[in-house]
Design a binder for this molecule. Structure first.
Ligand code: NDP
Length: 317
């Protein structure tokens, strides 16, 4: 089969499409035909060595497809079942081996492509809005990079929960998308504080996946006892930070990651059920804005990292 592999850290040019042996599922594992695989910043951190991985490494950490073959001891699944997964390396490939307890059934009414596009970023948006900070009706919430993959889902979900989103995004076109998703204000990053203060006494929460470039603004934007949810570093890592800065407003700061919020199988399934329900009901829109073959993988990541994307990019192996 063909797969996207890298054997050294670097820019997009280290990504190679190679012929590799077909994988075999071991006990408790399932072989899946990958129909679509999501393009995510997590893959960028792995490729650049920000997150260290075992080299050579097959890229791709989410996908959806059809069950081909069950390893020993797997019950409750059959060849032909449609499934999705996240947090499993090796997804930018024609086939992937996935632990059975990491697979989520794709319900009727959701396409396999929608499931691949929604699962990582959608589960992320779910735990961010329900656990990292539980949004309440009337809250003003600042969402950075609101036209991005996670950002669009956050704007929709916060609005659905009765919160008011002040959105930041890099271009007029992206700000229009944020408004269409429900943001009460959509502004350039430099105008974020003014916009928050215009509509509130400060943000109850800030969802910040941009990191280095936005961190100071995010803290400034909070109301007393507000929560800064720093969940990514699209612009780079936030430098070392003095906790005393939180005293200014008795702020809370959390730096969560999806794995801890879907570690228990029941939690993975419950969140996925809610997410897929939202997709089916149109609460969240799965906005696939680019589809690339395996051979287009360098272009896909160049677009994501070059801030040229909105919504979700997929690799179609
Ligand atoms: P996006 O689609 O949001 O793309 C990133 C966006 O960040 C860009 O489009 C751009 O929007 C903005 N941005 C601002 N500065 C930069 C910069 N210097 N370089 C690149 N982009 C920049 O990506 P994702 O939705 O895939 O991920 C968003 C964030 O969520 C990432 O930080 C990712 O790591 C994080 N994440 C965290 C998870 C967790 O559990 N902690 C899980 C999933 C994702 P604009 O042009 O509008 O500024």
């Amino acid at each position: 089969m063909r797969a996207v592999v890298f054997d050294e850290y670097g820019d997009q040019s280290v990504l190679k499409v190679k012929d590799v042996p077909d994988p075999t599922p071991g006990a408790g594992e399932v072989l899946v035909l990958v129909e679509a695989s999501g393009v995510n910043f997590m893959d960028v951190y792995q490729r650049t060595g920000t997150y260290q991985v075992q080299l050579p490494f097959t890229l791709g950490s989410e996908g959806a497809g059809t069950v081909l073959h069950l390893g020993d001891g797997v019950a409750g699944l059959s060849p032909g079942d449609r499934v999705a997964w996240t947090g499993v390396p090796g997804s930018h490939a024609q086939q992937a081996v996935v632990p059975a307890d990491r697979l989520v059934p794709v319900p009727e009414g959701i396409s396999t492509e929608q499931a691949a596009a929604a699962i990582l970023q959608g589960l992320t948006a779910h735990y961010l809005t329900h656990d990292s900070y539980a949004v309440r009706a009337g809250d003003t919430v600042l969402v950075h990079a609101a036209a991005g993959g996670v950002g669009r889902l956050l704007t929709r979900i916060v609005t659905h929960l009765g919160g008011r989103v002040v959105a930041t995004a890099g271009t007029d076109e992206k700000r229009d998308i944020a408004r269409a998703d429900g943001a009460v204000r959509a502004v350039a990053y430099a105008d974020a504080l003014d916009a928050v203060r215009d509509v509130s006494d400060g943000a109850a929460a800030v969802y910040d996946g941009v990191g280095k470039d936005t961190f100071d603004t995010s803290l400034e934007a909070l109301r007393p006892r507000g929560t800064l949810v720093l969940f990514g570093a699209a612009s780079g890592k936030v430098p070392p930070f003095d906790p005393l800065r939180l005293m200014k407003g008795s702020y809370s700061l959390t730096r969560p990651t999806l794995g801890h919020f879907i570690a228990a199988r029941h939690e993975l399934l419950e969140r996925a059920e809610t997410l897929f329900g939202w997709v089916a009901d149109g609460v969240v829109e799965v906005a696939v804005t680019g589809r690339y073959p395996l051979d287009g993988v360098q272009d896909a990541y160049a677009a994501l990292e070059g801030r040229r994307t909105t919504g979700k990019l997929l690799i179609i192996p």
